[in-house]
Design a protein around this ligand. Structure first.
Ligand code: SAH
Ligand code: MG
Length: 217
């Protein structure tokens, strides 16, 4: 179980109230739980859906597919014509995602791109209305450069796990194995909050989510 950034009682209370997924998405949640795959948490998923419904993106780029859970959540919240490119480095995981996406009937709308998120982003040339970052947490600063290039003016950048188990805000020395990620995420938060091209809100939900708008629409 991931370390939580919020009070357990509050999380439990919120989870008992927000509408939970049913059917195949619920099965995916169970699969993720059994196999320790860190899919987006219910409160964050609820926020993601609202953001999609408010912003109404036609094209979304996701970094970090895992089993395709969040991609399906995004597809469901988009208009029926909306499409998603999602990047995953782990071949086995990408295959599982493709099967799940097929099962959900989204195979025509969600394209799984196999490879390192940064390398794939560097090769992309189309523009996106929204980007959801959820791949290698130590590389968000590099993803940011590409996201700014790939996002349309007015586009939405959503970054997951930016408080990383609370370690990003921890004053005491961070365990060696988590230190690089925490330090890089601190820099990332500083960047998205101070870059003049962006307007950013940080929401301590799930494992921490940042919502940024690329100015200039
Ligand atoms: N977005 C998913 C969860 C993603 S978990 C959901 O909420 O349902 C993070 C995923 O990123 C893992 O599947 C991991 O294999 C992948 N990943 C890690 N490093 C990566 C990289 N450098 N490039 C692309 N994917 C990466
Ligand atoms: Mg995440």
């Amino acid at each position: 179980m991931e370390d939580k950034i919020n009070y357990p009682d509050i999380i439990e209370f919120l989870r008992s109230n927000i509408k939970r997924e049913t059917g195949f998405l619920k099965e995916l949640e169970e699969y993720a739980s059994i196999h320790h795959i860190p899919i987006i948490q219910p409160e964050s998923a609820a926020l993601l859906k609202i953001l999609v419904k408010l912003h109404r993106p036609q094209k979304i780029l996701e970094a970090g597919t895992a089993i395709g859970y969040s991609a399906c959540i995004l597809a469901e919240a988009m208009d029926k014509s909306g499409i998603i490119d999602t990047i995953e480095i782990d071949e086995e995981m990408a295959d599982i995602a493709k099967k799940n996406i097929q099962e959900m009937g989204y195979n025509k709308r969600i394209r799984v791109l196999l490879g390192d998120a940064l390398e794939v982003m560097e090769c992309l040339n189309s523009s996106y209305d929204m980007i959801f970052l959820d791949a290698a947490k130590g590389q968000y600063n590099e993803y940011l450069v590409q996201s700014l290039r790939l996002l349309k003016p007015g586009g939405l950048l959503v970054s997951d796990n930016i408080l990383y188990k609370g370690l990003v805000a921890q004053k005491e020395k961070i365990q060696h194995k988590h230190r690089t990620i925490a330090v890089n995420l601190r820099e990332y938060i500083h960047q998205i909050c101070s870059d003049n091209r962006l307007e950013t809100a940080i929401i301590p939900i799930g494992d921490g989510m940042a919502v940024s708008i690329k100015k200039g629409s």
